[in-house]
Write a protein that binds this ligand. Structure first.
Ligand code: 4NP
Length: 161
């Protein structure tokens, strides 16, 4: 597999879940010694927040979990992402539907986030924390963090093929 392997996390606004996934994933790849081989990015299906920093409540949750904001600004999903990325990871069902509508022909690259959830996890998507309290943001970070071993293992396997 060519390197870098390029991963794109997708949510609705690109200010809560997908920038968190990007930050948590980049840290996990670094811990696995794979940061040179893997490029991690994120975007949103909607345009409302283009150019914005992540939501301050998400930045606070990331900080509580020991992660640093890395300067990300929101952008919207675009057609050429289908060619530019190797693995495209929508956070919930609605994001998945919207990604598949926008990126026609990229179905094989699109794998929902819940595919990487640990065994026994009851949630079947990454819940949208936007209209809830701080604990919802902590829950998103926890779920993302617990998904990383499975994602890191799959990317390591694909890089070795
Ligand atoms: P995200 O969360 O998709 O995880 O970034 C949301 C961000 C913004 C809105 C909804 C969800 N919004 O309605 O503006």
């Amino acid at each position: 597999m060519k390197s870098p392997y390029k991963i794109l996390f997708v949510c609705l606004g690109n200010i809560c879940r997908s920038p968190a996934a990007e930050i948590v994933c980049r840290a996990a790849m670094k811990d696995a010694g794979m940061e040179e081989q893997v490029l991690v990015d994120s975007c949103g299906t909607a345009s409302y927040h283009v150019g914005s920093r992540p939501d301050s409540r998400m930045l606070a949750a990331l900080k509580r979990a020991g992660y640093e904001y890395d300067g990300h600004r929101a952008r919207q999903l675009r057609g050429r992402d289908a060619q530019e990325y190797d693995l495209i990871i929508p956070q919930d069902r609605e994001n998945e539907r919207d990604v598949l509508t926008t990126l026609v022909g990229a179905e094989k690259k699109v794998v929902p986030m819940n595919r990487w959830f640990p065994e026994g996890e009851r949630a079947n998507e990454v819940p949208d924390p936007y209209y809830g309290g701080a604990e919802g943001f902590d829950e998103v970070v926890r779920l993302l963090k617990r998904s990383m071993p499975q994602l890191v293992a799959e990317v390591a396997k694909r890089l070795s093929e």
